[in-house]
Write a protein that binds this ligand. Structure first.
Ligand code: NAP
Length: 210
């Protein structure tokens, strides 16, 4: 069981919180509007509400805001994130969907790691799964895959355990520089959605042939 704080009150936050609670985890919901966070927590049996900037209750802090907001949150927390595992789910995609709002030799996750305290560990995860796919969860014949990237092996193990508690399959893709590749997968999914699949009721995953 993990103790997680989720910053954000939107689609991904709700989907993650619901599955996390069902998986037996402790969940704190944090929004910039305290009243809205309390309302949101009240709809999720067992969740508590927290305030941005105060020390988060969770060992895992999930940034479930758009990338610029996630960066603002990390800066606002400052040292309150010391020693925490920061789970970056953002897709820092430019508005025209032709690239990213982060430098070419970096990724949202690496930029977030640069803004976080030195002893916090950033793990990229969940950015390749649409929120309603996450909320619906896997079925027996349809596993759902979550790709991870991060520099700290222990932090990735903790996030992998959390992913498993949601009934999902974690796949380690390597160190944090691989976040760029995962953010490109996010962009790939938006391309598929716009040009061929035409909806978001799909997921990309691993088919093991042996
Ligand atoms: N939706 C998906 O299918 C999906 C899939 C994979 C990854 N993602 C990523 O997940 C993240 C969240 O996406 P979403 O679809 O859940 O977004 P959303 O429904 O638009 O919700 C975004 C939430 O972020 C909050 N927020 C924005 N700026 C903030 C700040 N500076 N401080 C604190 N909270 C802030 C908003 O708060 P207010 O309510 O106060 O405005 C809102 O609750 C994004 O980075 C997105 O790229 C989304």
């Amino acid at each position: 069981m993990s103790s997680i704080s989720i910053v954000g009150l939107g689609n991904m936050a709700r989907a993650l919180a619901g599955r996390a609670l069902a998986g037996g985890n402790t969940v704190e919901i944090i929004g910039r509007d305290r009243a809205k966070a309390e309302e949101s927590a009240a709809t999720l049996a067992g969740a508590t509400a927290g305030t941005i900037g105060a020390t988060p209750a969770g060992d895992l802090v999930v940034l479930a805001a758009p990338y610029p907001g996630a960066m603002a949150v990390v800066r606002e927390y400052g040292d309150a994130l010391r020693g925490r595992i920061i789970v970056d789910i953002t897709n820092p995609v430019a508005a025209d969907l032709r690239g990213f709002v982060v430098p070419d030799d970096s990724s949202g996750a690496q930029e977030i790691a640069g803004a976080a305290p030195d002893d916090a560990h950033v793990v990229k995860a969940f950015n390749t799964m649409f929120s309603h796919v996450l909320a619906a969860g896997p079925t027996e014949d349809r596993p759902l895959d979550v790709f991870l990237a991060g520099d700290d092996a222990q932090a990735k193990t903790r996030v992998s355990e959390f992913v498993e508690s949601l009934g999902l399959r974690p796949w380690d893709t390597g160190e944090l520089f691989m976040a760029r590749a995962l953010e490109n997968v996010g962009l790939l999914e938006l391309g598929l959605m716009n040009h061929s699949v035409k909806h978001t009721d799909f997921s990309l995953g691993i088919t093991l042939l042996r």
